[in-house]
Design a protein around this ligand. Structure first.
Ligand SMILES: Nc1ncnc2c1ncn2[C@@H]1O[C@H](COP(=O)(O)OP(=O)(O)OP(=O)(O)O)[C@@H](O)[C@H]1O
Length: 312
């Protein structure tokens, strides 16, 4: 039982032969928190996950998972508290979903009477007694998620959990993650699906060529990197002309043609800017604020990789 972070990495590095896969990463993830690990192919996400699971030994640094070093002999006893969904879920095709989950539940020493709940959770109850050979890709993925949830683990590690899922099932995955968080679990997700992570996770860790180039809340990273938000205004031509006049010297007149003005605005000036617009008391037909997406934030940090680390 720990009261500190469920995952803590201090100066953790992994070198395969001469290839540095992960370089001096410091990271802590608290109970009840969901952290997304993002990065290009080969950035080091899987290596980092394998080190947390104790499957790969770090070349240097220290890892603590629920208070124990994953390489310590006693770590075995904690495995029942860890749920892991690997990137590629492989099951025995001739077994049914229920036989498969029963097998994993026995391995984990988890009660078998909880399996129906799990099948309901991942929307597989109707197919629980079908052979896996009859499952679609999405159904296999959901069975993999159910397998990771066996025993209500305190640490849930999900590698590309929404891969191959339709929008409704994707939404359901985040519902499941939120429920696990509410129960105090730590959730670590590795994902390339950046658009859907926005607003669904607590913090993001951006890896680039093994370096942790950014760590924090998406809103903070957005602010730190100084990416502008776009404020789109729509109005009749006479109102546009008044706007152009008001913002003369701030935005060039080219911004205010054809009834739509797209005005870049620094994140920390956004609220003030909107207040100024309201005070103008002009008849606008629409206002839309577009913040830089996680994809844009990711691209900006990846481009700047190698420079100073930004921890929001
Ligand atoms: N067993 C291994 N032996 C040698 N090199 C490895 C091994 N596993 C990974 N690597 C190398 O380590 C680096 C990081 O790989 P890793 O699989 O951790 O990246 P990743 O971020 O998970 O990539 P992807 O998004 O493609 O899954 C890559 O350069 C990869 O080639």
């Amino acid at each position: 039982m720990t009261t500190g972070p469920n995952i803590k990495l201090t100066g953790v590095a992994k070198i395969y032969g001469t290839t540095p896969a992960v370089k001096a990463v410091d990271l802590a993830v608290a109970p009840g928190e969901c952290l997304a690990l993002v990065g290009h192919n080969g950035a080091g996400k899987s290596t980092l996950i394998k080190m947390v699971l104790g499957l790969v030994q770090p070349s240097s640094g220290e890892i603590s998972v629920m208070g124990l070093d994953p390489q310590a002999p006693g770590f075995h006893a904690l495995r029942k508290d860890i749920g892991f969904l690997p990137e590629q879920v492989l099951f025995q095709n001739n077994m049914t979903g229920r036989e498969t989950l029963s097998f994993y539940a026995r391995l984990k020493g988890a009660p078998l009477d909880s399996l129906d709940d799990l099948f309901h959770k991942v929307d597989l109850f109707a197919a629980a007694d079908q052979r896996i050979s009859t499952y679609s890709k999405g159904m296999r993925q959901r069975l993999g998620l159910a397998q990771a949830l066996i025993g209500s683990p305190k640490l849930l590690i999900l590698d590309e959990p929404t891969s191959g899922l339709d929008p409704v099932s994707r939404q359901n995955v985040y519902g499941i993650i939120n429920a696990a968080k509410r129960d105090g679990a730590t959730v670590l997700i590795s994902s390339h699906a950046l658009t859907e992570l926005d607003a669904r996770i607590d913090r993001v860790a951006i890896l680039s060529r093994g370096d942790l180039v950014a760590l924090g809340r998406i809103a903070d990273l957005r602010r730190n990197i100084g990416l502008a938000s776009d404020v789109t205004l729509r109005a009749a031509p006479d109102v546009m002309a008044k706007l152009a006049q008001h913002f003369d010297g701030v935005y060039s007149p080219d911004h205010f043609i054809n009834g739509t003005a797209i005005l870049p605005c620094a994140p920390d000036q956004k609220v003030e800017f909107l207040r100024e617009l309201v005070d103008l008391n002009l008849e606008l037909s629409d206002i839309v604020v577009h913040d830089p997406s996680l994809e844009e934030v990711f691209m900006a940090y990846s481009r700047g990789a190698g420079g100073e680390k930004s921890h929001g």
